[in-house]
Ligand binder design. Structure first.
Ligand code: BEZ
Length: 255
């Protein structure tokens, strides 16, 4: 893996500015309906905040994440967390369910991810989760584009977020060997707990990974000014245009 800020997560920053991600994952947990005694894989477990809820429900949970920093944070919280590339999952028919919240949109090769999820599940096991769907953060991205272009940065080329449409996800799941029980597209305008600049520092470093700290701060401030009229209702009152796909599918036959 390339060792630069495109792939690095800061658990302290995440805990300070992104706790809402796990909090808003509760409906996906309810769709999963974890039962005591089940063995569950949490795909993209991050610092384990939501994984801990599955453990509290009496499940045996393995968390995987591609960030060594997040895996260390999850382990410090008592989670069985492992460093793993989601596009090369190393499990074989050993989970009753695979769960994933707010992680799939960071994965470029969803076909490989889904194939690994399928292999990880026992026959009949379920894959339940939520991720960014097509249109996710389009308003923010539209505001970022000209600011980054002035720096010679192609925001489309650097965009690390891969948000499938519902039909696309459905087709990928079916091709992989899942029976899709539901996929809901949910527009979920999301109030940030603080300033947009904190969110950008937490989630948008991939766009500016090669800029020094001062230049990043300038760019983030310029982006905030560009999108303020659309995304900020008053001092510190930012709402981002999140779109979710929430789904439940079951492992069937062979792909
Ligand atoms: C999301 O949860 O949809 C998301 C979060 C941060 C960056 C991009 C997408």
């Amino acid at each position: 893996m390339i060792d630069d800020d495109r792939h690095r997560w800061d658990p302290r920053r995440y805990a300070a500015h992104a706790r809402f991600v796990a909090d808003l994952g509760q409906p996906a947990v309810e769709l999963l309906a974890p039962a005591a005694g089940e063995r569950i894989l949490d795909l993209g477990c991050g610092d384990g905040a939501l994984t801990a809820k599955l453990v509290a429900a009496g499940c045996t949970v393995v968390g995987v994440d591609a960030s060594a920093e997040m895996v260390a944070a999850a382990r410090a919280a008592g989670i069985d967390a492992r460093l793993m590339n989601a596009e090369a999952l190393g499990f074989d028919a050993e989970f009753d369910a695979v769960f994933s919240n707010a992680a799939l949109h960071w994965m470029a090769r969803l076909d490989r991810v889904l194939a690994g999820v399928w292999r990880a599940l026992r026959p009949g096991g379920r894959f339940v989760g939520e991720c960014g769907g097509r249109g996710n953060l389009d308003g923010l991205l539209a505001g970022m584009q000209p600011v980054l272009a002035r720096r010679g940065i192609d925001s489309r080329e650097r965009n690390p977020w891969h948000c499938p449409g519902a039909a696309e996800l459905q087709a990928l799941l079916v091709t992989t060997g899942f029976a899709v029980e539901s996929i809901a597209r949910i527009e979920r305008p999301t109030r940030l707990p603080g300033e947009l600049r904190d969110w950008l520092r937490t989630f948008a470093c991939a766009f500016v990974f090669d800029l020094d700290e001062a230049a990043r701060e300038t760019v983030f401030a310029q982006i905030a000014e560009a999108v303020r009229p659309d995304l900020c209702a008053g001092a510190g009152c930012w709402t981002l245009d999140y779109v979710r796909l929430r789904f439940r599918a079951e492992r069937r036959g062979y792909p």
